[in-house]
Design a protein around this ligand. Structure first.
Ligand code: GLV
Ligand code: MN
Ligand code: MN
Length: 415
């Protein structure tokens, strides 16, 4: 057996780094708050840069504020890339994204320390705003050339802060993201390690998921606008109550998915804001989010129309104005079959049990797949909990996933 096949990551070191990153932006009661370009994200970026530099890798930051550690980089040979994100949802867990970045860093550091030479350069990346403070996948979409000046000028978070201002707060110019585009010739392949964020691997007690496809989604910011009025004097039949419109719509979601979706379709209203928000005033306006997902692009199109028609009909019937903005649209993605086979064959060699699966969560790999051959490795999530402080993966499973990532990247880098 050659020396590289024996290489294994340092599990203790990886555990220590995951634990340290988890303390950055941590709110004792409510999980981790590292929304993109927030104070927590800034602190995490600084920490990661120091860790990359201390690992003997070359540090690089592109125009979209994606952070890279590079090994054997020569600027011409196509590289093998791994990575994920270190931003979180509000109240997020310690592994969503962070695992892929820190396991990638540990893999590159292990290879660097071993003195094993690869034919191709290796890169680990932390992509900006994967979680969607400003829509989602900003950094990896910039890498894939999917960001336009309009995207940048129109990106605003739910509190009205613009992307331009949020990045300026970190001394960055959002328009520089237009320069982050990578030529497909600069990349050989990409593999992202991530927690499953669903219950399948944990329930079936399988160590690793090999991802064959990733769901598509659309995310809307919706407004129903009626008339605020006195809660005591306005007869029920004479109200234009925005919340009643939302309640009727929420009650139709199951039916819309049954009639127009597939077994994989899901829809979520995850944020609601009532205005003016007083107990004795009929709510004149409701702002809410709608997140709809399916792995089939035709079904996603049909759901887009069905949800729009349902909201229009409710608006007409209840005399509410209906408006929506498309905050994000991500196409369903097929992973590269050769990279999928490479992961599965490597797992077989390492005697790791695997299962093929479709990801219901969105991932940076969806952007990567637009420019290079890309696939993903999943490790189990305890009880499928994620986007929550209850997120957990056993350290043993993390080590298994990281070693599979190491051996897969070594093979890809020597193809
Ligand atoms: C990302 O975490 C998503 O699937 O929304
Ligand atoms: Mn993630
Ligand atoms: Mn997430």
């Amino acid at each position: 057996m050659n020396q590289s096949k024996k290489l294994r990551i340092n599990g203790d070191r990886l555990r220590e780094e995951i634990t340290t990153l988890a303390s950055i932006g941590r709110d004792q009661d409510h999980g981790i708050n590292r929304m993109a370009f927030s104070e927590g994200d800034r602190a995490a970026r600084e920490w990661l840069q120091r860790r990359i530099e201390a690992s003997g890798l070359e540090f690089h930051q592109d125009g979209a504020a994606n952070l890279y550690g590079r090994l054997g980089w020569d600027g011409t040979t196509p590289s093998v890339l791994t990575g994920s994100h270190i931003d979180t949802v509000p109240g997020g867990g310690h592994l969503d994204g962070a695992l892929g970045v820190l396991a990638g860093l540990e893999v590159l550091r292990t290879i660097a320390e071993s003195g094993v030479r690869c034919k191709r350069p290796l890169e680990v990346a932390a992509f900006s705003d994967e979680e969607g403070r400003f829509g989602g996948m900003f950094g990896s979409q910039a890498l894939a050339g999917l960001i336009t000046p309009e995207t940048i000028y129109n990106s605003v978070d739910l509190n009205g802060v613009t992307l331009l201002d949020a990045m300026a707060g970190l001394g960055l110019d959002a328009l520089d993201a237009l320069r982050a585009r990578r030529r497909p010739e600069s990349l050989h392949a990409s593999v992202e390690l991530h927690i499953e964020q669903g219950p399948v691997l944990d329930r079936e007690r399988v160590a690793v998921g090999v991802v064959e496809a990733i769901t598509g989604l659309f995310k809307w910011g919706v407004r129903l606008i009626g008339v605020p009025n006195h809660a005591g004097t306005t007869p029920m039949a004479m109200r234009r109550d925005a919340l009643q419109g939302l309640a009727e719509f929420a009650g139709q979601i199951d039916r819309i998915l049954e009639e127009h979706g597939s077994e994989s379709s899901v829809a979520t209203i995850g944020r609601v804001e009532l205005h003016p928000g007083a107990p004795n005033t009929v709510p004149g306006q409701v702002d809410f989010s709608l997140d709809v997902r399916d792995p089939d692009p035709r079904i996603l199109d049909e759901l887009f129309d069905a949800f729009r028609r349902a909201l229009s009909a409710i608006g007409r019937r209840r005399d509410l104005m209906f408006e929506f903005d498309v905050l994000s649209e991500i196409e369903p993605t097929q992973c590269d079959p050769a990279v999928v086979e490479r992961i599965a064959a490597t797992a077989d060699e390492l005697a790791i049990e695997t299962r093929r699966m479709v990801s219901g969560a969105a991932h940076d790999t969806q952007s990567l797949a637009r420019v290079t051959r890309a696939a993903m490795i999943f490790v189990p999530s305890k009880e499928g909990r994620s986007h929550s402080i209850a997120e957990w993966t056993d350290w043993e499973d993390i080590e298994t996933g990281a070693n599979l990532l190491l051996q897969t990247l070594l093979r890809l880098a020597n193809e």
